[in-house]
Ligand binder design. Structure first.
Ligand SMILES: C[S@@+](CC[C@H](N)C(=O)[O-])C[C@H]1O[C@@H](n2cnc3c(N)ncnc32)[C@H](O)[C@@H]1O
Length: 467
C-alpha cells in the first residue's frame, strides 16, 4: 500500500528542539542482550494497523526502523483521520473504513490495535466485552481467527489501551481479552503500563501496551520488559522530580477533585467529546507569570508527532477534529520504543509472582502469561531503564520566548476565573491543596486580565465562577 518514503521522513529532521528524543530512545533501548529465544523481527516485516487513528503506532514503528513499505493495511472509520493517514503515509489505496467490514489482515507479521477506549468504559461493559456495543475487540479476534484458518496467523499482536482496562469489571475485561487470545493459540502474552513522560515526551500519559504471541520462542517479555529488576524509568530532571520547574500543565476545566497538575509536562491530552469539542489543557509559565493554552502544533509535538501532522484538509472532517485525533493518539516515542524492542528483543529474567486471573480484582500494572498461567511483574516500571533523559516542557523550543506567541494563547478570563473559583472552594473545603504560589499567580492573572474592567476589586469569588 505504501508507495514511497512517506512525508514524515523529511519533516521530522527539521523539528523543533525535540528531534534528538527519538534518536536517544532508539540508541539506548538497543543496549540489552538479545534473547536467543526470541528472534528479532525483520525491518521489512509487514504490519496491519487496526483502529489506526492518525498513525501514532505506525510512525513510531517506522522511527524504530521498520520499513514503511511493510505498512500493508490500515483501518480507520473516521474520514478526517483517514485523510491524514493517506497524506502522511503516502498510501496507494484507500484506508479501510469500518473494521466490521474488513475480511483479512493481509498476511501481516504484526497487528497493531489501539482499540477505542469508550468501548471499554464501565457503561459499555455492562453486556461484557462480547456484547454488541463492546464488540470491537472481538472484531480483532474475528480477523485473527480468519488468518489462522488460512494458516497465516500473525506472529505478534500489539494492543494499546487505557489503564482503566486493568480495573474494569474487577479484572473480568482483562480475563476476556486474554481468553480471546488463548483460544486462538496466542498463549504467550505480556503487558506493561508505560508513561509517555518516561520516553522523552513532556506529557503524563499512562497506557497499557499488551503484546501476544503464538510460540514459546516469541517471548513478549523480551520485548516489553526490562532485563533488570527494579526498573523505574529513565533518568529524570531533578527540577521536575520534586515537583518544581518553570512550566506547569493543568486542566482549566477541572479544579473540583483534581487539576491534572503536571510539573514540566502537560497532563494527559484528551480526545475531547464525541462532538469534537476540544479540551486543551493550560500551562502556567511561572517566570513570566503567564497562563496560556497550547496550540494544536504544540500538542502534536508533545505526542511525539512533527508539528502540523494533522493539518490535512478534509471537508468532511468534524470541526476541531484535530484535537480529538491528537488526544486519542499513541505517543510516537513509546511506540518507537516498542518497535525498537521488536527489532532487538532482550533477554529477560523476570520470574514474576503467580496471580489468579479469576480472583475478581484489578490486574497488576505489568504482568505476563505462559500457557494459561498468569504472573505479576511488580519490578517493571512505567518507563525503560535505558531511556533517554526526560524532556522538560519549558525546554521545548516551541515554547521559547521568541516563538511562544505563535504556539500559545493567553488563557481567557472566563477560563482562568472559573478554575480559580473552583480551586479556592476545593481548598477551603479541604478537598485540594493547590500550590500557594500558583494560586497567587492565578488570582493576579484574573485581577489584571485585560478583558476585565475594574478587575482588581474582584479577585476570585463567585463572580469568577459565572465566567
Ligand atoms: C484510540 S484511537 C486509536 C489511535 C491511534 N492508535 C493513533 O495513534 O492515532 C481508536 C480509533 O479507532 C477508530 N474506530 C472506532 N470505531 C472503528 C471501527 N468500527 N472501525 C475502524 N476504526 C474505528 C476511531 O475513529 C479512532 O481513531
Amino acid at each position: 500500500m505504501v508507495q514511497s518514503i512517506p512525508r514524515w521522513a523529511t519533516t521530522l529532521s527539521d523539528d523543533i528542539a525535540m528531534g534528538s528524543i527519538h534518536q536517544n530512545a532508539t540508541r539506548s533501548s538497543r543496549l540489552g542482550t538479545e534473547s536467543p529465544g526470541t528472534a528479532p523481527m525483520e525491518p521489512s516485516a509487514s504490519v496491519a494497523s487496526l483502529f489506526s487513528g492518525i498513525g501514532g503506532i505506525e510512525l513510531g514503528l517506522h522511527e524504530a526502523g521498520f520499513d514503511p513499505r511493510g505498512f500493508q493495511l490500515a483501518c480507520e472509520i473516521d474520514v478526517g483521520a483517514r485523510a491524514i493517514l493517506a497524506r502522511q503515509f503516502s498510501l496507494r489505496g484507500e484506508v479501510h473504513t469500518d473494521i466490521r467490514g474488513l475480511r483479512d489482515l493481509a498476511n501481516a507479521d504484526l497487528v497493531t490495535a489501539g482499540f477505542p477506549c469508550q468501548d471499554l468504559s464501565q457503561a459499555g461493559l455492562t453486556e461484557g466485552i462480547d456484547g454488541d456495543k463492546s464488540g470491537l475487540v472481538s472484531e480483532v479476534f474475528r480477523l485473527l481467527a480468519a488468518s489462522k484458518r488460512r494458516g497465516k496467523a500473525p506472529r505478534w499482536v500489539l494492543f494499546e489501551n487505557v489503564p482503566f482496562m486493568l480495573r474494569l469489571q474487577s479484572g473480568r475485561a482483562m480475563e476476556r481479552v486474554v481468553q480471546g487470545f488463548e483460544e486462538l493459540g496466542y498463549r504467550w502474552w505480556a503487558y506493561r503500563v508505560l508513561d509517555a513522560i518516561r520516553f522523552g515526551l513532556p506529557q503524563r500519559r499512562r497506557r497499557v501496551f499488551f503484546l501476544a504471541s503464538r510460540s514459546p520462542d516469541d517471548d513478549p517479555r523480551s520485548v516489553l520488559f526490562d532485563p533488570t529488576s527494579a526498573s523505574g524509568g529513565a533518568p529524570r530532571a531533578a527540577t521536575a522530580e520534586d515537583g518544581d520547574g518553570t512550566a506547569f500543565g493543568f486542566y482549566w476545566t477541572e479544579g473540583n477533585r483534581g487539576l491534572g497538575w503536571a510539573p514540566e509536562a502537560l497532563p494527559t491530552l484528551k480526545g475531547g467529546s464525541g462532538l469534537g469539542i476540544p479540551s486543551p489543557p493550560a500551562i502556567w509559565l511561572r517566570d513570566t507569570d503567564e497562563f496560556v493554552t497550547p496550540s494544536i502544533e504544540l500538542a502534536e509535538r508533545v505526542q511525539g508527532f512533527p508539528a502540523g501532522w494533522t493539518d490535512v484538509k478534509c471537508d468532511a472532517a468534524r470541526k476541531n477534529a484535530r484535537w480529538s485525533y491528537v488526544g486519542n493518539a499513541v505517543p510516537v516515542a513509546v511506540a518507537e520504543w516498542v518497535g525498537t524492542r521488536l527489532l532487538s528483543p532482550v533477554r529477560v529474567t523476570e520470574e514474576g509472582a503467580p496471580f489468579d486471573r479469576n480472583a475478581r480484582r484489578s490486574w497488576p500494572n505489568a504482568a505476563f502469561g505462559l500457557e494459561g498461567e498468569a504472573f505479576a511483574a511488580p519490578d517493571q516500571g512505567e518507563g525503560p531503564v535505558a531511556g533517554g533523559s526526560r524532556k522538560l516542557l519549558s525546554e521545548m523550543a516551541i515554547l521559547a520566548p521568541d516563538r511562544r506567541h505563535r504556539h500559545v494563547q493567553p488563557l481567557s478570563l472566563r477560563a482562568a476565573s472559573g478554575v480559580l473559583f473552583r480551586l479556592e472552594r476545593a481548598r477551603d473545603e479541604g478537598r485540594l491543596r493547590p500550590r500557594a504560589d500558583f494560586m497567587k499567580a492565578l488570582a493576579r492573572y484574573v485581577a489584571t486580565h485585560p478583558d476585565r474592567p475594574h478587575a482588581a476589586a474582584r479577585v476570585g469569588g463567585r463572580r469568577g465562577a459565572r465566567n
